[in-house]
Every structure is written in C-alpha cells, then in structure tokens.
Design a protein around this ligand. Sequence first.
Ligand code: FAD
Length: 409
Amino acid sequence: MIDFELEPQILSRLQMYHAVSEHMMRPISRDCDEHEHTKPTQFYDSMWSASAAADIQVGNDKSKKADSPGAAPRRANLLSVLSTEELCWGDAGLYLSTPNSGLGGAAVMAAGTPEQKDRFLRRFKEGKPKWGAMAITEPSFGSDSSQVTTTATRDGDHWVINGTKIFCTAGEMAAEKSEGFVVVWATVDKSAGRPGIKPFVVEHNTPGMTVARVENKLGIRASDTAALIFDNCRIPLDALLGSAEVRKEGGFKDVMATFDATRPIVAAMAIGVGRAALDFVRDFLKEQNVPVRYGISPRRLTAVERDFMEMEVQLQAARLLTWRAAWMLDTGKRNSLEASMAKAKAGLAVTLITQKAVELLGPLGYSRKILVEKWMRDAKINDIFEGTQQINMIIVARRILNYSSKELN
Ligand SMILES: Cc1cc2nc3c(=O)[nH]c(=O)nc-3n(C[C@H](O)[C@H](O)[C@H](O)COP(=O)(O)OP(=O)(O)OC[C@H]3O[C@@H](n4cnc5c(N)ncnc54)[C@H](O)[C@@H]3O)c2cc1C
C-alpha cells in the first residue's frame, strides 16, 4: 500500500536540508550564477562534512535495500527525492555540484555487483570531497543511448576505452579534481548493438582520460558540465559494472535501469526549483495584498488566482508522481513507466511554473535583483537531461501500449 506519511526522522532531516538551502545555498546562489566555473570550495567542504556527519550522500542515499516482508518500510529513494527537492529549492546548480557519488553512484547501484558497490562507493564516506559522474552522451547522439560509439576493447587484464563523451555533469570534478570516478558507457561489441553496451568505472586521473572543456550554459551554472576524451584509457577488467557477457535478451535493460533511479531525482530537482518560484510568488502576492481565494466558484476567480492555483496544481501533480516512482523503487517494484511519467511531468511543470512566476512578478521578475529569472533558466535543463520531455513521453506511450522500442520510436 502506498504510504507517504513521513516519519519524524525524515521530517527532521528535511528541516536540516531546508536550513542548508536557506543559509548555505541561497546566499551564494547569484554569485555562482554570475561566475560560472568559479568553485565555491568552502561550500563543497561544508556539504561534505555535513553529509559525512549525517552518514548519507546528500540527495543520493541509495545504500539501503528494498523492503523485506514484514519489515518497516525503507525510504532510501523517497528520502532521496525529498532531500533533492529541498536542496534544489535552495539552488539546483549548487545541488548538482555538491560532492557526492551523483549519477555515477546511481549507475554503480543499478548495475554493479555487491562487491563493486562496496569498492566504488565506500570512499564517498571518507576523506576529502569527491564527485562521481556518468558519461553516456557523445557528439553523435544524445537521446538514443543505443548509439554509443565509444569502445571498450579487451587487452589481457584490461579494458582499453576509446571515444569522446560530452555534457558530463560534474565531469571535471570527478575526472580530475577529486578522488572520484566517471561511469562511462562503451560498447564491447559494436556488431551486437544494444546488448554490447556496458558501463565502466574509470577512476580519477586514469591516464588516457582528459577533460577537453567545460561548457558555458544557460542555467545551473554552478554545476560543471564537461567534455571528456578517452584515448587508449586502460582500466582493470573488474571495472566493468555487472557482467561482461553480451546477452541478447535483457542486457541493455539492466544498464537502462540506472534511469529508473535517476529520473525521479531529476523530477525532484524540477519540483524544488518550481517550489522556490511558487513560494516567492505567494509571499509577493501577500505583501501586495493580492488575495488568493480558495473554495469559491472558478467563475469568480481573478486571472492571478487562476494562474497561481494552476501553478500549485502542476507542482503537486508532479510531486505525487515523483513520490510514487520513488516509493516503487523502495519497495522493489519495477518503475520505468512511473519514473518517466514523473520526469516528463515535472520537467513541463517547472518550465510552466517558473515562466508564470516571472510573468506574474512583472518587471521585478525579469530583473536580476531577485532569483526568479535564474530559476526560470535553471528550470529548462530538467526537460532535457536524463531523457528529454519527448523521449520520456515516448517511453510512457511504449509502456502503456506495450510496444517495443523498434515499434515506437
Ligand atoms: C547541462 C547538461 C548536463 C548534462 N549532463 C549529462 C550527464 O551527466 N551525462 C550524460 O551522459 N549526458 C548529459 N547531458 C546530455 C543530455 O542527456 C542530452 O543533451 C539529452 O539526452 C538530449 O540529447 P541531445 O542534446 O543530443 O538531443 P537530441 O537527441 O539531438 O534531441 C534534440 C531534440 O529532438 C527531440 N527528439 C530526439 N529524438 C526524438 C524522437 N524519437 N521523437 C521525438 N523527439 C525526439 C529531443 O527531445 C530534443 O528535443 C547533459 C546535457 C546538458 C545540457
């Protein structure tokens, strides 16, 4: 049974995240946006110490298993989406740049063996700040991840990786500036198509892996987005996550399972940004003595009331879908459909909410005096990465209509 009643421990953790957002993120938000590529190292250090003290990876606590019969409900994924919302209410770019195992860690959790999970993720509880990243996208493709051209060729006790990856979130920090790692998707057998694609963990500063550039972006400018080159990059055989066997049935599905865990998190990012904008508008309307009247006939609502309520509805619908997708993961249910539904809905909702917020605030909304215009820029990425709006809609349609990816693309 779905149960979204939150335990007191979760609520107090969320209060802590809210305080982090309010007192550590918001004060540096504008500065980090204005000065893309300048690293807020003090913020990184504080977040790293805080996550170590709380014994969690902020926003990415996937260390717990799904429920066993009769056990108290586990909430690792629900806690992830709740904490992500709370932190992205503070600043989505800073959230993405927070040291943790990130998308790379999600890939290890989804595709790695128990031994690999322990080996690669344990370090994220120790020492200096570290980052994990995931590199799928290449210059020749984005949406269709079955088009991977980066190769992994076996040579004795090693895999040798060759190829170029672009738009890798936290790529610079993971590859070169910390003791982190990058999970790279590469094909071990091009002729096998999708089943030949496997995720590999490439450790920081491995010879042959270089950062070619970091992007200048519209939004989430506190987060680094890197292009990485792999030139005869040698890694040990056991850096391949899961099995090296090229299975015709289900091989690629296991790799794609990473998205079942990461899409609800991106949806939660969107919800956090949307909530920031909504909260700002609510306070603004209150200050201006503009009422929002609930419970009256829709015919009597003002245009502002209608817009505001629509923003609230969109946010709530996206949040409930996201919670459901996370709850399914926590209870060991396959959630590919629900994860894509949540991601598609939340990406659209945050775009709508932040644009409406700018509009309702008038010239103030468009000015850099306040953060609302920044949130509008930060919002759009949620409609692009971890599967664009259109791609997630196609996945939803496929799953509902029971079509294969060949039949509906
Ligand atoms: C800031 C940022 C961070 C990123 N971080 C990462 C990361 O950490 N790791 C990583 O691997 N990648 C990352 N990406 C890449 C991101 O996942 C891709 O940009 C995304 O998958 C879309 O790919 P594309 O840009 O090549 O667009 P394309 O695939 O070229 O698509 C262009 C447009 O066509 C639409 N489209 C494509 N195919 C179809 C179809 N079949 N039907 C209908 N419409 C379609 C798309 O929805 C989109 O609107 C990041 C991107 C950005 C901008």
